[in-house]
Design a protein around this ligand. Structure first.
Ligand code: ZN
Length: 383
């Protein structure tokens, strides 16, 4: 019946639709940065249930043909006391492991590039983990090695504030790039095969990291400053430096990072918004309502603008050096129109087709570039 239907409708499909469907059958869609795990812990958010809020659950991952997700584990230095950073990270990571285990028929934890391929071949989605911010492992490489054992496959050297390892791009200049501890840390990460993430750190720190790291580095969720000149984005020369070492820039989907006008409205309202959110406490529904109200004040940003950022890096550094780092569930619902959640990844595949990308280029951008960098980090660690 299914086959008969397919045969009947096939000739009617536009050639581009047929090409899209063929690609979607086996393309690896791999997102480098999604922040859902804290919701598992704080709100009892269930991975297997369909939701009308937040940006990821298993039904929507399936709908979006997602193959692998690198989940972010974090405790923002400005939101938690220093003594809470380590236990909080371990608790969020445990919540991720528990949710993955509870849905073992659909999703499985991956510890290597080889695992991703094996898990996908078994028809499941691969889940991986990352740690956002060098403040989280208490300055101890022993703690970091334990995080590696628990599945952490990249570490962002600093978050919104400077860490002992690196200057943040959103804090004052302190180390002038990386500290000597930061360089030591990178050598240890290289030794383990844990990827170095240069999102959030200052331009000087990125250049230091690229110089220090023997393996290619990633920017797990960063967009393009030449298009949207806002503090969190990367200038062209920094993008080129990451690419020159074989690394990838994974484009952030935050509407305010894609478009400067949207950013200005977001930043202008932020103190008021954050105060309201703080007052709402653990009333998550209320928090979401506040986020939605402030999001609606921002000028709409279309998914085409996201495609422009991807295209800019592909043109500047080559299609081997761009990937996806949506930051879904870490951007307070500030998503582009047409790219509201993980079910929409095929829109990007279609968009890249329409922009003239060939299948090989699209496959790289949507996932295999990131796998290549992961594999290269593993290979060098094994040497
Ligand atoms: Zn971030």
């Amino acid at each position: 019946m299914r086959l008969a239907l397919a045969l009947l409708t096939l000739p009617l499909l536009h050639a581009q639709d047929a090409r899209l469907n063929t690609l979607l059958k086996d393309i690896l869609i791999f997102d480098a940065h999604i922040d859902t795990p804290r919701y598992f812990l704080d709100e009892g958010y269930k991975l297997d249930e369909p939701h009308s809020y937040y940006e990821l659950d298993l039904p929507r991952l399936r709908q979006g043909h997602a193959g692998a997700v690198l989940f972010g584990i974090y405790a923002q230095p400005q939101d938690f006391q220093p003594f809470e950073w380590l236990p909080r990270s371990l608790e969020v990571l445990d919540a991720l492991h528990q949710e993955v285990q509870r849905n073992a028929a659909q999703i499985e934890f991956a510890y290597s590039a080889g695992d991703i391929a094996r898990i996908r071949n078994s028809g499941k989605i691969a889940a991986l983990a990352s740690l956002e911010g060098g403040h989280l492992f208490a300055g101890s490489q022993r703690v970091l090695r334990n995080f590696y054992r628990l599945g952490i496959r990249y570490v962002t050297l600093a978050h919104f504030r400077n860490s002992a390892y690196a200057d943040s791009m959103t804090d004052e200049r302190k180390h002038g790039g990386l500290s000597p501890h930061g360089r030591d840390l990178i050598r240890e990460m290289n030794r383990m095969g844990m990827m170095v993430d240069v999102s959030h750190i200052s331009d000087e720190a990125v250049l230091d990291a690229v110089r220090t790291s023997a393996s290619p580095v990633i920017a797990s969720h960063s967009s393009v400053k030449a298009i949207a000149p806002i503090p969190r984005n990367m200038p062209d020369e920094i993008i080129r430096a990451v690419a020159s070492k074989g690394g990838v820039i994974c484009i952030n989907f935050h509407a305010g990072y894609l478009n400067e006008a949207a950013y200005n409205v977001y930043i202008g309202n932020r103190p008021k918004r954050d105060a309201e959110i703080k007052a709402a406490g653990k009333n998550w529904e209320q928090v979401r309502r506040i986020q939605r109200r402030y999001f609606d004040l921002m000028p709409p940003v279309n998914v085409k603008e996201l495609l422009r950022h991807i295209d800019h890096v592909a043109k500047l550094a080559g299609p081997d050096h761009v990937a996806l780092g949506s930051d879904f569930d870490g951007i307070s619902g500030m998503v582009p129109r047409g790219m509201e959640d993980v079910s929409k990844y095929p829109v990007l595949v279609k968009g890249l087709m329409d922009m003239g990308y060939n299948d090989a280029g699209i496959r790289k951008i949507m996932g295999t570039n990131l796998v290549r960098v992961m594999r290269e980090n593993e290979r060098r660690a094994a040497q």
